[in-house]
Ligand binder design. Structure first.
Ligand code: DGL
Length: 274
């Protein structure tokens, strides 16, 4: 048994989709979630820059004595996960591979679409993961430069949002995919709209569920789960404005959103890059 919390981070509120799945799947665990809202979005940034941010945040959370670190951001996973795992002596898990596995198992026509940030698409991480699982898959990637920012702004039901989603979905529909990976942790926040645009025949694979499953596997395999009789707590850190983070975060998490503290990016930047 290990009573220490699990650390988790994203560039903003997207990783709350992962946190929510984890709160449901692992109710006796404590979580510390860091949203790097002061440096959001990561999608248009270079992999070097995202990697530096990921290293700073991971190091900061490890100083808070987390027992497991979850990179709840696909852009950070694509840019930094294997490197973080090599650099830091901690258990670190992330997105991409778990959803790729679920998508490869789900597709019937072997045509898989990916919606993701520019950084994630440019990294080629999903293609590599999917083709390693099944070299015969047709993989169609669609960068969505505006989507995460529109979601993070909190206005997710505007006509402009519907048009944006339709525009990103069109090439994947054209390609005849039957499975679409929501390759950014922000995107499950607009699942109802995405499902209507793609239609019932397309399965949307959600990174949050897959990551929560992997967290469970790691807790069990390493025997680091918390006391199953207790109820877990959760708290937040953010690098941007606290009030905005609480307002948007509470709307998406739909659960009490308390214990929020600000971390200065200057403090994170002092950690430097390995
Ligand atoms: N939620 C982040 C991801 O999963 C991305 C949003 C962004 O910072 O551009 O990639």
């Amino acid at each position: 048994m290990d009573p220490r919390p699990i650390g988790m981070f994203d560039s903003g509120v997207g990783g709350l989709t992962v946190l929510h799945e984890c709160l449901v799947s692992h109710p006796h665990e404590d979580f510390i979630y860091l949203g790097d809202t002061g440096r959001f979005p990561y999608g248009p940034r270079s992999s070097e820059e995202i990697r530096a941010f990921a290293f700073q945040i991971a190091s900061h959370l490890l100083l808070l004595d987390v027992k497991l670190l979850v990179v709840a951001c696909n852009s950070a996973t694509a840019a930094a996960l294997p490197w973080l795992q090599e650099m830091l002596s901690a258990s670190i898990i992330g997105a991409v591979h778990p959803e790729a596995e679920a998508a490869a198992q789900t597709t019937r026509n072997r045509r898989v679409g990916i919606l993701a940030t520019e950084a994630t698409v440019a990294s080629g991480s999903y293609e590599r993961s999917l083709l390693n699982l099944d070299a015969g898959l047709g993989v169609f990637s669609q960068p969505c430069p505006k989507l995460a920012s529109m979601i993070q702004s909190g206005d997710v039901s505007s006509p402009e949002m519907v048009e944006t989603v339709k525009g990103y979905a069109a090439p994947l529909k054209q390609a005849g995919v039957d499975t679409v990976i929501l390759g950014c942790t922000h995107y499950p926040l607009v699942t109802p709209m995405l499902q209507r645009v793609f239609g019932r025949g397309v399965t949307l694979v959600n990174s949050a569920e897959e990551i929560a499953r992997e967290v469970g596997e790691v807790l069990e395999r390493r025997e680091i789960g918390n006391d199953p009789a207790r109820e877990g707590k959760y708290s937040f850190l953010c690098t941007g404005d606290v009030d905005t983070f609480v307002e948007v975060g509470a709307r998406f998490l739909q659960m009490p959103f308390e214990n929020v503290q600000r971390v200065d990016t200057a403090e994170l930047e002092r950690i430097g890059v390995a």
